[in-house]
Design a protein around this ligand. Structure first.
Ligand code: SIN
Ligand code: FE2
Length: 200
């Protein structure tokens, strides 16, 4: 594993996972999932997304960026639930709160190509990832595209902290394994990534 990568399998118990899903349902009712498109090509992502917090990550023909409002409703993103802020404070090892929580929803054949999270100004803070629902095959590489990669199965309740030199490593989701969790009644997977965006 990359130095600075911390894998906390089963960090969230079932009750905590259920409470998180409930909080997410409320947030998604206010800030609906949308289908982002790739810069330039306009090709749609296979995941659906929304955000929580003062800033949200979006991708459209103009590029990738953080913005304070939902691209379709124009309303501010809902707040990051307290239980996620508590998780960040407990495991991030970073003294300032996150500003963005990207919510990715995978169903059907949704996946995510190898990429780096590099749109943040503050790269000293880790990216904290929470997996809910069906298990995903997560692929992690090094700092350069095309390097050696390895896979890790991320199950519901698993937490991954991408800090240190893993912060800018390539990663993605090869696929989600249907029927591996009963947390979400219609199946699929939710991934939350908490990020600090600006320098405090
Ligand atoms: C991401 O890199 O934005 C998502 C990773 C994941 O779904 O686990
Ligand atoms: Fe990412």
């Amino acid at each position: 594993m990359q130095p600075g990568l911390r894998y906390l399998p089963g960090h969230l118990g079932t009750d905590e996972q259920r409470l998180l899903v409930e909080a997410l349902r409320t947030a998604v009712a206010e800030a609906p999932l949308f289908i982002p498109v790739m810069p330039r090509t306009g090709r749609p992502f296979t995941v659906r997304m929304t955000n929580l917090g003062p800033l949200g990550w979006v991708s459209d023909r103009a590029g990738y960026r953080y913005q304070p409002s939902h691209p379709e409703t124009g309303r501010p993103w809902p707040a990051i639930p307290d239980r996620l802020l508590a998780l960040w404070r407990a495991v991030s090892g970073y003294p300032h709160d996150p500003e963005a929580c990207l919510v990715n929803f995978y169903n059907g054949g949704a996946k995510m190509g190898l990429h780096r999270d590099a749109d943040e100004e503050d790269l000293a803070a880790p990216v904290l990832s929470v997996s809910l629902g069906d298990t995903a095959v997560f692929r992690m590489g090094g700092p350069e595209r095309g390097g050696r990669t390895e896979t890790l199965k991320l199950a519901s309740g698993d937490v991954l902290v991408m800090g240190g030199s893993s912060r800018l490593c390539y990663h993605g989701i090869d696929r989600v394994l249907p029927g591996t969790s009963t947390l979400l009644k219609d199946g699929g997977r939710i991934n939350l990534t908490l990020r600090r965006v600006t320098r405090p």
